[in-house]
Design a protein around this ligand. Structure first.
Ligand SMILES: Nc1ncnc2c1ncn2[C@@H]1O[C@H](COP(=O)(O)OP(=O)(O)OP(=O)(O)O)[C@@H](O)[C@H]1O
Ligand SMILES: [Mg+2]
Length: 503
């Protein structure tokens, strides 16, 4: 290996923010043609390290070498011109612009007199979109695309240059399985062309499937690099969080109580039809299915975000119409949305206020909000969910991606709703906190609340649910009890293999 020049090296990188030493002398070597995973808990410093490499942030000290050349990444465009392309965890697209304009942002092809050469722009973009097998055109407005498709635009951006290194920061968080296959093909292709790929993910299956080596960060410090083929989930977890995880399910079977929510024959256009189920107090009802099966849309209807065409919703046995989220909350229904960045947080507001936002009315003592009560809620959930922040005054926008998610989850958990719906509760959450969130969900049920968990991760849905509703193409295929469910039967149900007579 000594004859090899690395694609890039980071040496002793230090980066501090007020109150936070995000990177404490981190070094990393990426070889050409390898897929190098970067792992660590939420807030460990992964995205910060990549922002330094990608020219988004300047380090306090340390060196970056591209090949043998020490270099400074003055800006993202500068980094790109040096062959380092960064696909962000948080999407950074201009929603008002077209796909093509986003893909070549800052580098639009021009004719004489500086006018944009639209034909060439669209042609070049179309060639890249072709490779990605996407179903939209260069002219589509980015704001009209789904989250997953926006992610594909970010990826398309990376393919416009002759890259030496491409960074993927949690790229699969909002992708469907089919899109993941395309992404993994893209990565395999980059690798074959000798590009060094840096891949950040909390998903172990992807890490073991995709990567050659794994570097680990913990609390801003470098903890070592392992060959993927020579390590195990246990070893990685131990290095990342410094302790063993208890993954056994907490058996706190609550007394299952009365039906809190019942849905009868609910239909909504082509999104889903004839959906029926009930969830009782003390129970966790899982919803499992492929992306696009209609689970999120059912949840959105229950939360007053969509109007059903037919069917009934009953709360505590009484039929209700839920016209808006405000009405839903007033009736004790809460939804932790899938797209937490777009729907769940005010990034410029501090951690405490984001967490207690929906409860401000309840916490009011006279005309003032009881500060102490709010801070107590914040402290409680910061400890439970291990939210990494110097204090409640920190702006949510300054937290790491996973810690932002924890704030949204805490916000809804702390309201103790009658019916809590959580859509993909642990997406982007590290392994340690994942099991904490599962425990909190079980605890809520044990305390007599009805909980609905929508998840695309089979282990998660099997782990937290008392019963599981399997959906396929907008229909409920079957409802399983935790005693009868098996992985095989669940897979068959959600792929529509099982005849609906089994219901
Ligand atoms: N602009 C900022 N201002 C203040 N603190 C910041 C800023 N950006 C990051 N931090 C802090 O630096 C630390 C590292 O954050 P980073 O985003 O690198 O974590 P991460 O490893 O990517 O985590 P995740 O898995 O949650 O995405 C965190 O404590 C975070 O709150
Ligand atoms: Mg991150």
């Amino acid at each position: 290996m000594t004859s090899f020049t690395p694609a890039l090296r980071l040496q002793d990188i230090v980066k501090t923010f007020p109150g936070v030493r995000a990177l404490d002398g981190v070094s990393l070597t990426v070889l050409p043609g390898e897929v190098h995973a970067l792992m660590g808990e939420n807030g460990a410093g992964k995205s910060t390290l990549m922002r330094v490499l990608g020219g988004v942030l300047q380090p306090n000290s340390g060196r970056i070498l591209i090949g043998e050349e020490p270099t400074i990444m003055a800006s993202p465009l500068d980094a790109k011109s040096k062959g380092v392309v960064f696909i962000h965890q948080e999407l950074s697209l201009a929603e008002e612009l077209s796909v093509a304009e986003n893909v070549y942002l800052g580098e639009l092809p021009r004719k004489s007199f500086g006018r944009v050469d639209w034909d060439r722009l669209h042609e070049k973009t179309a060639a890249i979109l072709d490779k990605l097998k996407v179903g939209f055109t260069p002219q589509t407005r980015v704001g009209d695309l789904s989250l997953a498709n926006q992610q594909m635009v970010e990826i398309a951006r990376a393919l416009t240059v002759d890259a030496k290194a491409v960074i993927f920061d949690e790229p699969t968080a909002s992708l469907t399985d089919a899109e993941k296959v395309v992404l993994f093909d893209v990565i395999a292709d980059l690798k074959a062309r000798g590009v060094g790929v840096i891949y950040i993910s909390h998903r172990m299956e992807e890490i073991f499937h995709m990567t050659d080596r794994i570097s680990i960060l913990r609390d801003g410090q470098y903890r070592g690099t392992l060959h993927t083929a020579e390590t195990s989930e246990e070893e990685l977890t131990q290095l990342m969080i410094g302790r063993k995880l208890d993954l056994s399910r907490k058996i706190n079977h609550a007394e299952v109580g009365a039906v809190a929510l019942e849905v009868r024959g609910l239909s909504c256009g082509r999104l889903y039809s004839d959906v029926s189920f009930e969830v009782r107090r003390g129970e966790v009802l899982g919803f499992y299915g492929l992306v696009g099966a209609g689970r999120t849309e059912v949840a959105e209807t229950l939360f007053g975000l969509r109007d059903p065409d037919a069917g009934q919703i009953l709360l505590d046995g009484e039929e209700v119409r839920i016209g808006s989220p405000v009405e839903a909350i007033a009736r004790g229904i809460s939804l932790v949305p899938e797209d937490r960045k777009g729907q769940g947080l005010v990034l410029g507001m501090n951690c405490r206020d984001n967490m207690t936002l929906p409860q401000v009315d309840d916490l009011k003592a006279g005309p003032f909000v009881a500060e102490g009560a709010e801070i107590a809620i914040f402290d409680q959930y910061r400890d439970k969910l291990d939210i990494r922040t110097p204090g409640w005054r920190q702006k949510v926008g300054n937290l790491s991606g996973g810690n932002q998610q924890k704030i949204v989850i805490a916000k809804w958990l702390s309201m103790h709703p009658n019916v809590l719906i959580v859509d993909e509760p642990t997406r982007g959450i590290d392994v340690g906190s994942k099991s904490e969130i599962h425990n909190l969900i079980r605890d809520l049920a044990a305390n007599g609340f009805a909980v609905i968990v929508i998840s695309s991760e089979m282990p998660e849905v099997l782990h937290v649910s008392d019963r599981i509703v399997a959906m396929h193409h907008g229909k409920v295929i079957r409802t399983f009890t935790s005693e009868e469910v098996t992985e095989e039967s669940l897979v068959q149900a959600i792929s529509g293999i099982v005849a609906e007579t089994a219901a």
